[in-house]
Design a binder for this molecule. Structure first.
Ligand code: 8ID
Ligand code: ZN
Ligand code: ZN
Length: 349
């Protein structure tokens, strides 16, 4: 039985406040499903959306969230790719046109007319969420919905970023922001792909987690006197890492990575600090033949593959559970950089 009302976290204006309140449950359109969200991860993107950090406006009022895992409870007449009772996930790309050049090439994150969960359409910080059936993540029943939730954005994104980096088994990747949500999953995907990890972040909590996740080295950027030298010294022959995954939410590391990446190496920008710019010396970029690129979530196939790594037991990143009603306090911790790993919200609390 689908209720008429549900609990949700809503903000009426950019900057907040967010309000935990009851709102109506929507009905899915012909090409949509309604998912009873059981658990949802909290991504730093949700905080950017609340703060209005980016040169892209959100809908208002907005229900944020885009790592929602739950059960399909209703579907539109045109939907035959998923059944009521199936487990499904709401990810950042809620829908796309499926007809543009990018969609045709399965580059749907680049679609000029995307629907973004928890940004341009309501997302997973509610008990019942609408999503386009074509884009919904299919979650095998054996995957626990709390554990798989962070895979739906953080997992897909870092998995795609690692593929975009071109790093091969046995090579070394530096993960900048390793102690956060994306960083903790990136370490697990990197390890599963046979890569050596240099974890960069700050604090002893994050150090401990990175060591437990199997990082080859941990560099505390706040304590280090020379991050560039320390990263290079942690690699064979001091040549630097083959790839750098930037998942931090501050500009400085985006200005440093080109200096320590190995010749022929690749720097992948993923984190989205407000108003930040990438910087690299032209001389070093040329004579080291380095590649600098961006990577943005993943397509439907990346989604399926990232979930399959999780299903196989290869992705065990730590997360803490809180109630949906506690979202504000999770944002407060995130703002201070106090979250090691990910927070996952239980929508029943
Ligand atoms: O598709 C995409 N490109 C995509 C997808 C999902 C998320 C991009 N993102 C973006 C988010 O919008 C956000 O800007 O990735 C960024 C990271 O998201 P997150 O992992 O959810 O954030 P977090 O859990 O707060 O982790 C950030 C970590 O960065 C560390 C912090 O200590 C924290 O652990 N950090 C910072 I801030 N400055 C650092 C520095 N100078 C740093 N780590 C190393 N060096
Ligand atoms: Zn996200
Ligand atoms: Zn399109």
């Amino acid at each position: 039985e689908i209720p008429k009302e549900q609990w949700a976290q809503v903000f009426e204006k950019t900057g907040g406040p967010i309000e935990y309140k009851k709102i109506p449950v929507q009905k899915p359109g012909p090409d949509e499903v309604l998912i009873n969200i059981k658990y949802t991860g909290v991504c730093h993107t949700d905080l950017h959306a609340l703060k209005g950090d980016w040169p892209l406006e959100t809908k208002l009022p907005l229900v944020g969230g885009h790592e929602g895992a739950g059960v399909v409870v209703a579907k539109g007449d045109l939907v035959d790719s998923i059944e009521i009772g199936d487990h499904a996930g709401v990810k950042w790309l809620n829908g796309s046109c499926l007809a543009c050049d990018f969609c045709m090439q399965a580059d749907e994150p680049l679609c000029p007319n995307p629907l973004l969960s928890g940004y341009t359409v309501d997302g997973s910080f509610q008990q019942y969420c609408i999503a386009k059936a074509a884009h919904v993540a299919h979650i095998p029943k054996e995957c626990p919905l709390d554990g798989v939730a962070p895979v739906l954005c953080a997992g897909i994104t870092v998995y795609k970023g690692l593929k975009e980096s071109g790093a091969k088994p046995g090579e070394t990747v530096a993960i900048v922001g390793a102690g956060g949500g994306l960083g903790s999953l990136a370490q697990q995907y990197a390890k599963a792909m046979g890569l050596k990890v240099i974890a960069i972040d700050t604090g002893d909590d994050k150090k401990k987690m990175c060591e437990e996740l199997g990082a080859h080295a941990y560099i505390d950027f706040a304590k280090s006197k020379d991050v560039v030298k320390d990263v290079q010294n942690a690699t064979e022959g001091g040549l630097g890492p083959h790839a750098v995954l930037l998942v931090a939410v501050s500009e400085k590391p985006f200005q440093q990575a080109a200096e320590y990446v190995r010749p022929r190496g690749t720097v992948v920008a993923i984190g989205l600090p407000a108003g930040a710019f990438l910087k690299a010396p032209v001389f070093g970029t040329v004579v080291k033949m380095i590649t600098i690129k961006g990577s943005y979530v993943g397509n439907r196939k990346d989604t399926k593959e990232a979930i399959e790594f999780y299903r196989r037991g290869l992705i065990k990143a730590p997360y803490k559970i809180a109630g949906l009603s506690e979202l504000q306090s999770v944002f407060d911790k995130m703002e201070k950089g106090d979250i090691t790993g990910r927070y996952v919200l239980d929508t029943s609390k």
